[in-house]
Ligand binder design. Structure first.
Ligand code: SF4
Ligand code: SF4
Length: 114
């Protein structure tokens, strides 16, 4: 009897889930989304790399590159708060799911020449 009542109730009400990614959920205010960098401001100090709990940031002073593995990042924002020149920020968007062929395992940006 309990189950019949539940089935009937569920047939009459809207779905509790969304058809993601076709139906996207709007983000909340101040959501911590995808990590971005303004590479021209980065001084390659490595503080973000040292503070990252997921160890997903790489900083190579010699090659003048900064990189993040977006699949390891947990969007905590610790690196954003720790950066002394405030060149890291988080967009108010969630990272879109990528098809296997489009997978970027390592996003790397080079610092501009001095
Ligand atoms: S903490 Fe900021 S300036 Fe230092 S390496 Fe990271 S992004 Fe660059
Ligand atoms: S947001 Fe958190 S997990 Fe992602 S790179 Fe920054 S410190 Fe690491």
């Amino acid at each position: 009897m309990f189950m019949t009542k539940n089935v009937l109730k569920n047939l009459m009400t809207k779905y509790a889930t969304r058809l993601y990614p076709f139906k996207k959920r709007e983000t909340f205010k101040d959501v911590k989304g995808e990590l971005k960098i303004e590479m021209e401001k980065c001084i390659l100090c490595g503080v973000c790399k040292m503070r990252c709990p997921s160890q997903c940031i790489t900083v190579d002073k010699q090659a003048k590159t900064w990189g993040v593995d977006p699949f390891s990042c947990v969007y905590c924002g610790i690196c954003v708060d720790a950066c002394p020149v405030k060149c890291l920020y988080q967009e108010g968007l969630y990272r879109a799911p990528l098809a296997e062929k489009d997978m970027i395992l390592h996003i790397q940006e080079a610092a501009p020449a001095p």
